[in-house]
Design a protein around this ligand. Sequence first.
Ligand SMILES: CC(C)(COP(=O)(O)OP(=O)(O)OC[C@H]1O[C@@H](n2cnc3c(N)ncnc32)[C@H](O)[C@@H]1OP(=O)(O)O)[C@@H](O)C(=O)NCCC(=O)NCCS
Length: 157
Amino acid sequence: MQATTGPFFFRVMAPTDLAAVERIEQGSFPTPWSKDAFYREITENNLAFYYVAGCRSEREIIVGYAGIWVILDEVHLMTIAVHPDWRGHGLGEQFLYYVFAEACLKGGQRITLEVRPSNREALALYHRTGFKAAGRRRHYYTDNGEDAVIMWRDLPG
Ligand SMILES: CC(C)(COP(=O)(O)OP(=O)(O)OC[C@H]1O[C@@H](n2cnc3c(N)ncnc32)[C@H](O)[C@@H]1OP(=O)(O)O)[C@@H](O)C(=O)NCCC(=O)NCCS
């Protein structure tokens, strides 16, 4: 499904998006995934579905991406990132609702994720989009030993 809201569009990630995805990844995470890791996800993993958020102004640019795994009716939000220059304007929220719709189309009934307790922007986004904290995974993040907050949200079906 392709969706458009204002100047933004959302669609399935293609191999040609990976250079832009890798640049955003490197500006977003302390232990970034490689382009090859994304390539394997979108070409070899039958459970995985990845999407990009783009902006059409003078030309089309990729400004974010997200990925889910769908395991029967449970969906795991594997990643979401917005380019640092485009954060704080509600794009993450619009994009997440697009991902929820995609997850529903694939039969998902609930969606879960892990997030660092120190990631205030992400926590704000997840609370605003209906996720509730449901526990912790101790020392989940290998770079600094930080716990992960586990969150869940029902999907509308
Ligand atoms: C988490 C992330 C995807 C949110 O994307 P976004 O487009 O900024 O999302 P939104 O604008 O919808 O919401 C961001 C929240 O951070 C707040 N915020 C404040 N200043 C901000 C800033 N300078 N930059 C980003 N967010 C800011 C926003 O106001 C909003 O909080 P609110 O609900 O209290 O208003 C983005 O910050 C990101 O890519 N972070 C790095 C990767 C990451 O941590 N991903 C999540 C892993 S669990």
